[in-house]
Design a protein around this ligand. Structure first.
Ligand SMILES: *Cc1c(COP(=O)(O)O)cnc(C)c1O
Length: 367
């Protein structure tokens, strides 16, 4: 059946922006600087300002952003990087791609975000960094993590791929640790019209090393000198142009997400428990995640009524085939949550009545 409430309607999100997007890419077509065009530097400045940090460098995608942060920090073979097992696999791929060993830790049962106590317990003499993953649009406890990181002399890296515009104790990702990596995958809160990513940071030396690594190791002073063996991971001009248009609407779209999730909270049946909000956090709800008993019955009812849904993430990273060898043992909170989590439809253009419809269908599920 055709869906009555799609999980995410990306075409609808872009309808109101069509005219502005048309102007933006026609300008890129006209000047022809498809790599490193003026829109890239403009977007970098605007996104750094939005994050309330000093620097931003556009890169190819969010996974590269994280890998480049680790490489820029000099983290590689022989180092361990602590990551929560509840994240998209890209966080772990970035650690492995940098040559380091991921060390998985459990999450807090209320927020399903990385548990600072578990991080502290996992620190070894080889630990070089911890990745705070701001999952579902809510920032992890970066206050505890940044203090713990400086106490142990390790780097704090933020995976902000799901948290554009979120805050913790008033501050956005990028200002808490060494740097934050963002993804502009189309479905993210700030999405390009294809792949894209960025690193934001207050550390000019780190940003300089990342900019160089991402552009074939090229010297900032002489384009024919390649100072290190780098790679190609750049933000396309046409994506930067589209992102500039969309950044102007990010706060409004995040506010719409917050209102929709509030409406879910008020109307969901009592057995459908939304992920808790940390009182210190101001989430931007990339996803509307609830925990439910008997998930197959719930998803069948949603399917039967044409309501989209997703699972983020049904297989914790330490249970995924390529990463299972890094598992140190069971992680009970994330393993139990994996059976119960369910992501409900959410996008900034969604009508409040659609939330009500989803809630009505859920109220009728025999649980
Ligand atoms: C999307 C995502 C990434 C990776 O971003 P890409 O742009 O797809 O490479 C990394 N971490 C998390 C938590 C994500 O959701």
């Amino acid at each position: 059946m055709t869906q009555t409430v799609p999980f995410l309607d990306l075409a609808a999100v872009h309808l109101d922006l069509r005219d502005d997007l048309d102007v933006a890419w026609k300008e890129v077509l006209a000047h022809g600087r498809f790599i490193g065009g003026p829109e890239v530097a403009s977007f970098e400045a605007e996104f750094a300002a939005h994050c309330e940090v000093a620097h931003c460098v556009g890169v190819g995608n969010g996974t590269d952003a994280l890998e480049l942060i680790l490489a820029g920090l000099g983290i590689g073979p022989g180092d361990e990087v602590i990551v929560p097992a509840n994240t998209f696999v890209a966080t772990v791929e970035a650690v492995c791609a940098a040559g380091a060993r991921p060390r998985f830790v459990d999450v807090r049962p209320d927020t399903l975000l990385v548990d600072p106590a578990a991080v502290e317990a996992a620190i070894t003499p080889r630990t070089a960094a911890v990745v705070a993953v701001h999952l579902y649009g809510q920032m992890a406890d970066v206050d505890a993590l940044s203090r713990l990181a400086s106490r142990h002399g390790i780097a704090l890296v933020e995976d902000a791929a799901q948290a554009h515009g979120a805050r913790y104790l008033g501050r956005r990702p990028g200002g808490w640790g060494a740097a934050a990596g963002f993804s502009f995958y189309p479905g993210k809160n700030l999405g390009a019209l294809g792949d894209g990513g960025a690193v934001v940071s207050d550390d000019p030396a780190l940003v300089g090393r990342i900019r160089r690594l991402a552009d074939h190791g090229r010297s900032p002073d002489d384009r024919y000198v390649h100072e290190v063996s780098g790679r190609n991971s750049r933000l396309d001009t046409i994506q930067a142009a589209a992102l500039r248009v969309k950044l102007a609407h990010l706060d409004r779209m995040n506010a719409a997400r917050v209102a929709l999730v509030e409406r879910y909270r008020q109307n969901l049946p009592s057995w459908c428990v939304p992920v808790a909000r940390d009182p210190a956090a101001e989430p931007v709800y990339h996803l509307a995640v609830v925990q439910v008993p008997d998930r197959p019955t719930v998803t069948s009812a949603l399917d039967a009524n044409g309501i989209g849904w997703g699972l983020h993430y049904p297989v914790p990273c330490h249970r995924q085939p390529p990463f299972a060898r890094y598992a140190d043992g069971p992680l009970p909170v994330v393993e139990e949550a994996a059976e119960r989590i369910l992501s409900l439809p959410l996008s900034p253009g969604m009508a409040p009545e659609q939330v009500d419809l989803v809630c009505e269908v859920l109220h009728d599920v025999p649980i």
